[in-house]
Ligand binder design. Structure first.
Ligand code: UDP
Length: 374
């Protein structure tokens, strides 16, 4: 199922707010906002993630109206080409259509390029999930976050810490609102009940509380054969079965680096839909990942997470006791053994509130957007 665009004429009113998505996490984190805005907003898809199971399936999960505009040729292109294509195409679109505001989310090339295109066209930019900083300039996403921070007209910071980062960067505090993170309501909306969770676990051949769930896809872990090898080796050593949701980038990197056997030993699964992923996360005793979104979702699901990364722009999950950051290598199995042996851990996490908010972030963002609409 390829996403195809729905013509503007098919809609009864002329929506004034453009919501730009291009990847799996952007669809997840703008889905509830899109539904709350209804006919006031329309979606644009840049096609940065073009696989069905990273994109179209998420539109179906949330019951989203198809995008009015889909770009071609962005997925798989170099970073420079993605920027040039998105700024060019969206620059033209915004200049002609002149929405009242353009909403971008997070730190992808899509978000950074769309924010610039809107700014160049003189359209106000609202940044959802603003102010995250890893202070690690080697991360492409860190540069994207800084770029968006410069052009955004309003910054929806998920936490007080991210708002403080924006103040440090010299952003006028009147342009910053602490909204919480929209992933909280997305998680709560899609979290399956006990019966559906049981069916998903059984389809994956695992029992609740007796396995770990892992995802690894960041360039820092997949581009370097030694890091990827160390991660796959450590996952294979864990004392519990591992469900390894394998991003296409990780599969391609394993093939390129001659690590297919090490990957296949884990019995990797294709990326799963959001509801199934949340079911698997809910049933797991431990999560292991380098994903950004999973660092937030673990605080809603009350699950311990080992973050395999050089740095994180989401220190709140670590500070609250949900996540622990380690480097690839023996630190992974050491941390896993400690967490698996900690009998009081799950009760402690269950009693710890999520630092990412109360599930009302999208509602607060609707109120912010009303300041921009004519
Ligand atoms: N996810 C999913 N299916 C999977 C793996 C992940 O639905 O098989 C979801 C996960 O719950 C999270 C999001 O995808 O919300 C994270 O996406 P990704 O790791 O690609 O991006 P990041 O969050 O690192 O920007």
């Amino acid at each position: 199922m390829r996403i195809s665009s729905a013509p503007a004429a098919a809609q009864s009113v002329n929506p004034k707010i453009a919501l730009v998505v291009g990847t799996r996490p952007e669809i997840i984190k703008l889905a509830v906002l899109s539904k709350l805005l209804g006919e006031r907003a329309y979606l644009i898809h840049t096609g940065q993630h073009f696989d069905d199971n990273l994109s179209a399936a998420f539109f179906a999960t949330f019951g989203l109206t198809p995008p009015q505009l889909c770009l071609d040729g962005v997925g798989g292109a170099s970073r420079a080409q993605q920027f040039s294509l998105i700024t060019g195409e969206l620059g033209r679109h915004f200049a002609e259509r002149r929405p009242d505001a353009v909403v971008v989310q997070g730190d992808t090339n899509t978000a950074a390029a769309a924010a610039q295109a809107a700014h160049f066209a003189g359209i106000p930019v609202v940044h959802v999930e603003a102010g995250l900083r890893s202070n690690d300039r080697a991360m492409p996403e860190e540069i994207n976050r800084i770029l968006i921070g410069v052009v955004a007209d309003h910054h929806c910071a998920p936490t007080e810490e991210s708002a403080a980062n924006l103040r440090l960067a010299g952003v006028d505090p009147r342009r910053v609102t602490v909204t919480g993170n929209t992933v909280v309501e997305a998680t709560l909306e899609c979290l399956p009940g006990p019966q559906d969770t049981e069916a998903v676990l059984s389809a994956h051949g695992v029992q609740a509380g007796h396995y770990a769930l892992a995802t690894i896809h960041r360039p820092e872990n997949t581009d370097d054969p030694r890091r990827l090898d160390a991660i796959l080796t450590e996952l294979a050593k864990l004392p519990v079965p591992v469900v390894f949701s394998t991003h296409p980038r990780t599969r391609a990197a394993a093939t390129r680096h001659g690590l297919s056997a090490a990957l296949d030993r884990l019995g990797p699964v294709e990326p799963v839909g959001y509801r199934d992923f949340l079911a698997l996360a809910q049933g797991a005793m431990l999560l292991i990942s380098d994903s950004g979104g999973i660092q937030e979702e673990c605080t809603v699901l009350k699950k311990p997470l080992i973050v395999v990364r050089n740095s994180t722009e989401r220190p709140e999950a670590v500070e609250a006791g949900f996540a622990e950051r380690v480097q690839p290598g023996p630190a992974i199995s050491r941390a896993a053994s400690r967490l698996l042996a900690d009998t009081g851990l799950h009760a402690r996490l269950a009693a710890t509130p999520s630092p990412y908010g109360d599930g009302l972030a999208s509602q607060r963002i609707v109120a912010i957007l009303s300041q921009f609409t004519r």
